[in-house]
Design a protein around this ligand. Structure first.
Ligand SMILES: Cc1cc2nc3c(=O)[nH]c(=O)nc-3n(C[C@H](O)[C@H](O)[C@H](O)COP(=O)(O)OP(=O)(O)OC[C@H]3O[C@@H](n4cnc5c(N)ncnc54)[C@H](O)[C@@H]3O)c2cc1C
Length: 361
């Protein structure tokens, strides 16, 4: 199994477990008898279909209503959930549209000892060719509320680029860089996405998160220890008991140039990056102070355009590794290792992945 940096491989896996899956039926806490009394056979059948045989405690609220239960599926191709277009099937898959569905999905995974992985747009994920032996939760919490002058509260599944465009058009600065980043707000906070001298953390006022025990916490700037961000670093990568980013509030300053600035950043991106190709953006982190960018190093090492199978180093931007059509995760991983080895040998610099490799198990 490829885990060149074990931390990178696991930081996105919110539930780790070695146990097998408990299947419903006799052990289910929602019995057919109960259910037919409460809500009828039809609703039980719908409920059963939603959970594809998973063991579910509760499911019916105190007033006899079914919980807002998301539909679980089996075998969803993860290549459809990542901008790289790579990845085999997920054992379980569920798309959640609101907080209640998110917390129910996570609870069901916990009760069945199933690892879960939350995916936004999958624009920083490299899934395994075998897929994922757990449950992938697709985050579609997509609301936006304007709460005051320059204050926006958004669901974590809201598209980050749309937020960048909207706030710039409204005449506020802080998120111009986001237009062109094809992720969600949750993914941008988790990764502390940044570009052109702006970063997600600087624009944040507060973040609403869900913990493993079901507790909902709000981390507010200036009032919480959990506000330490860095280059591609957020507190949520290491916070014990953290499960999901649910929503965030951004506080932005008025700026007459914001709209123009976002347009020129987008234009520059289109000229310097292979935006139409299948990629995860920059595969490697920039090495840091005193060093050239990862892209410049890869180019200097003469690696632009090299290929392994159907994985290729972009000719436009050397830190973009592309799925040139039909690339496997194995191709991509071999190319990543090759680039690292060559840059180290020729230039003496250790490159470190920015992309998150999600192992099968
Ligand atoms: C063409 C292109 C250009 C890019 N340009 C940039 C750039 O300029 N700057 C930059 O920083 N990045 C860039 N990226 C990388 C990527 O878009 C960002 O890292 C983005 O923030 C990832 O968001 P996502 O929703 O796709 O996250 P995903 O890839 O879906 O997930 C990334 C990680 O975040 C976790 N996560 C996501 N949502 C949640 C949530 N709600 N709760 C808990 N955990 C969550 C996942 O579990 C995973 O570990 C680019 C990518 C592409 C394809």
């Amino acid at each position: 199994m490829y885990v060149s940096n074990p931390m990178m491989a696991i930081i996105g896996c919110q539930v780790q477990s070695t146990c097998g899956i408990l299947v419903g039926g006799k052990g289910s806490h929602l019995s057919l008898e109960n259910c037919s009394r409460n809500s009828g056979l039809q609703r039980w059948e719908k409920f059963r279909r939603c959970t594809v045989g998973l063991r579910v405690r509760g499911g019916v609220s105190s007033d006899g209503q079914l919980e807002s239960l998301p539909s679980f599926e089996r075998g969803k191709r993860l290549s459809e959930l990542s901008t790289l277009g790579i990845g085999g099937p997920a054992k379980y898959f569920v798309e959640v549209h609101d907080e209640s569905q998110m917390s129910t999905a996570i609870r069901i995974c916990r009760e069945n000892n199933i690892r879960c992985f939350i995916v936004g747009k999958g624009s920083n994920c490299l899934f395994d060719d075998r897929g994922f032996d757990g449950c992938v939760i697709l985050n579609s919490l997509k609301f936006l509320e304007r709460q005051g002058r320059g204050v926006y509260r958004v669901g974590s599944g809201y598209p980050f680029n749309t937020l960048g465009i909207q706030t710039s058009k409204d005449g506020f600065t802080g998120l111009e860089f986001a237009s062109g980043i094809p992720g969600t707000v949750g993914g941008a906070i988790f990764m502390n996405a940044s570009a052109n001298g702006q970063e997600t953390a600087n624009a944040l006022k507060s973040v609403e998160v869900l913990c493993a025990d079901g507790e909902r916490i709000v981390h507010t700037k200036g009032q919480s220890d959990l506000v330490v961000y860095g280059y591609r670093l957020s507190p949520y990568q290491t916070m014990p008991g953290f499960m999901a980013i649910l929503a965030a509030t951004f506080e932005l300053e008025p700026c007459l140039d914001a709209r123009q600035r976002h347009k020129s950043l987008l234009e520059r991106r289109r000229k310097t990056q292979p935006v139409a190709a299948k990629s995860a953006g920059c595969i490697f982190r920039n090495p840091g102070t005193g060093s050239q960018s990862a892209g410049a190093l890869i180019e200097q090492a003469g690696l632009k355009g090299i290929e392994v199978g159907r994985a290729k180093v972009s000719n436009i931007h050397a830190n973009f590794l592309l799925n040139a059509g039909g690339s496997s995760a194995a191709d991509m991983i071999t190319l990543i290792e090759l680039v690292k080895e060559q840059v180290k040998r020729k230039l003496g610099v250790d490159l470190r992945e920015e992309v998150i490799y999600v192992p099968y198990s």
